[in-house]
Design a binder for this molecule. Structure first.
Ligand SMILES: [Zn+2]
Length: 328
């Protein structure tokens, strides 16, 4: 990802780029804004810029070794701190590690970048520990903190940092961005997701994923019930929902494999079944374990067929025949 790919927030972005071009980028910044607005994406982009070894101005170059490692989240000089899921706060021990590590020279790049996500989840003691480094920062260290509001941080930390505020983008920009980057969703779905989140791209993606995967699971459930049905027509009809989109068909096959697997476990009465869907019980009651295993093999082959760019109409007909065969 390059800076031109970060959509919206033009004023903040031009301010950031101008500081970079003038070689005046601060050693500590706070990026504030609501969840899903792009704070972590921007933090990673800045970190990539900081480690990029290109001689050009257009950093990150996306071709150097440092950019490659940053893009794949394996750069040893980009250290991200996030609050552990089971803790209410970022433990002070994590901050102490940063404090000593910051004085050690970088491994590959000229700078080490510390990204502290949800920096407002540091208590006053932790923030004061960070403050000590910010007051006398090693030349090779850079700190990027992200939080909903910089005002939830200590005033002393704020005053040592430059603050950049991100806002949701306008709705048209968000729709264009998502249409380009998430082509598996229909434009209508994208528009309703963007409207419901007021242009918050991160939240729109979550909403789209939610509705997309509930659609995937409902379709897999419908096909599973049709497999247990004695009428071939309902199976073929349910499979025809797959002809419009290859990625969707692939995800449905994956969900279907899970249902069949659960049915086998259900037959074995191995584990607690409180999470089982209606189709799991239905199939377990109607099909022998041998048939269920044959079905799984067919579904794995169906994923291979989708990988090989089979025509989707042909795919559905083929799958219907193979499923029927496996039930004999
Ligand atoms: Zn680079």
């Amino acid at each position: 990802m390059k800076f031109k790919d970060f959509v919206g927030n033009d004023k903040v972005m031009s301010e950031i780029k101008s500081l970079m071009q003038q070689n005046r980028f601060p050693h500590s910044i706070i990026i504030e804004g609501e969840d899903g607005v792009g704070k972590t994406t921007l933090a990673m982009l800045i970190a990539k810029w900081a480690v990029c070894s290109s001689e050009n101005d257009d950093k990150p170059c996306e071709v150097c070794n440092n950019c490659y490692k940053a893009e794949n989240n394996i750069h040893p000089d980009i250290i991200t701190i996030t609050k552990p899921k089971d803790k209410a706060l970022i433990p002070v021990d994590m901050i102490r590690v940063i404090r000593s590590d910051a004085y050690v020279l970088p491994n590959d790049a000229e700078k080490k970048v510390y990204i502290i996500d949800d920096s407002d989840k540091m208590d006053a003691y932790s923030q004061n520990t960070i403050l000590k480094i910010l007051e006398e920062p090693p030349k090779t260290a850079m700190f990027i903190m992200t939080c909903v509001s910089a005002y939830s941080m200590l005033e002393t930390v704020r005053s040592r940092s430059s603050i950049f505020s991100l806002l949701p983008v306008d709705e048209n920009t968000a729709v264009d961005f998502l249409s380009e980057h998430c082509p598996s969703y229909s434009r209508d779905n994208i528009i309703s997701a963007v409207k419901s989140t007021n242009g918050n791209i991160g939240k729109s993606i979550l909403a789209l994923d939610d509705s997309y995967f509930s659609n995937v699971n409902e379709t897999a459930e419908m096909i599973a019930l049709a497999i247990g049905d004695i009428y071939e027509f309902s199976l073929l009809a349910s499979l025809y929902t797959l002809v419009s989109d290859k990625n969707f068909a692939y995800d449905v096959m994956k969900a279907l494999i899970k249902i069949i697997r659960d049915s086998i476990v259900f037959s074995d009465k191995i584990k607690s079944l409180s999470m089982s869907s209606k189709s799991v019980e239905y199939l377990a009651g109607r099909l022998s374990k041998r048939k269920l295993l044959k079905l799984i093999e067919v579904l794995y082959n169906s994923q291979k067929a989708l990988d090989s760019n089979i025509n989707l109409n042909l795919f559905v007909t083929w799958l219907c025949i193979k499923i029927r065969e496996s039930l004999q």
